[in-house]
Design a protein around this ligand. Structure first.
Ligand code: TIU
Length: 237
């Protein structure tokens, strides 16, 4: 187990990535949030604002997989019988269509439906855990913490949607559980540009109260230089 650190340019100061201890956690890059006709649009949002994150996430995912590092994905959604859907969440927004109702990509935010699944551009490959979560945070009512602990992960690179909702909630939950989080500005997105900026500002304020904010370019550059074999540099290979 190496103790190397890779310095990643970030705010409020450099993130010291521990290659053997860091996972990429991609939050809720689901068709229901990113494609027309899903839950996001049903809430009155412009989904194109989230779609700018697809290409940077795709590039980062390829580099991260290429370096042999662990990847985990989350999906927000509920059981087909909706037994895990809080009544307060179902009625929130007073919209004409609610979670569990029929939509253009199947029942809205229901596990097993097309809209609930991850967009094809970032689809998980075998061996990458997919965490199904009923809430906004990825640690609430899931086995994510156990999975990370079993793999001795202590750091998370967090990407996905939306910046101020599921990404922020997850980063706060992770921080309280002792994880160091690096959030990538270009790989997280919001339906609201102001909330995106403020959501990131909240994470990095006060000396990084919840974590660090960086960009995918800096991270890709750093991990690509390092290569896929931890220890190779040390051994002078
Ligand atoms: N509505 C909104 O901004 N987000 C969510 O409902 N879920 C996630 O952020 N994934």
């Amino acid at each position: 187990m190496g103790t190397d650190r890779i310095e990643i340019e970030a705010e409020p100061y450099a993130f010291e990535l521990l290659p053997d201890r860091c996972a990429l956690l991609i939050i809720d890059m689901q068709r229901d949030f990113l494609e027309p006709g899903g839950f996001g649009e049903m809430l009155g949002n412009d989904v194109s604002r989230l779609r700018r994150t697809i290409e940077p996430n795709r590039r980062l995912l390829a580099a991260w997989r290429g370096a042999g590092r662990p990847v985990m994905h989350t999906r927000e959604g509920h059981r087909p019988d909706l037994a895990d859907l809080p009544p307060a969440k179902k009625i929130r927004g007073r919209g004409a269509t609610a979670i569990g109702d029929a939509g253009p990509m199947g029942r809205i935010l229901v596990r097993g439906e097309a809209g609930h699944d991850i967009i094809p551009e970032l689809y998980p490959v075998p061996g990458e855990p997919v965490i199904d979560k009923p809430g906004k945070g990825a640690f609430f009512a899931t086995d994510l913490h156990a999975i990370l602990q079993n793999r001795t992960i202590t750091q998370l690179v967090v990407t996905g949607v939306t910046t101020e909702v599921c990404v922020n909630t997850t980063v706060r939950e992770a921080n309280d559980r002792g994880y160091e989080c690096l959030v990538l500005d270009d790989c997280v997105g919001s339906y609201f540009p102001d909330f995106h900026a403020t959501g990131l500002a909240m994470i990095k304020a006060q000396g990084g109260i919840f974590g660090w904010v960086g960009t995918s370019d800096r991270l890709i550059e750093a991990i690509s230089k390092r290569g896929s074999t931890p220890g190779a540099e040390r051994a002078g290979v």
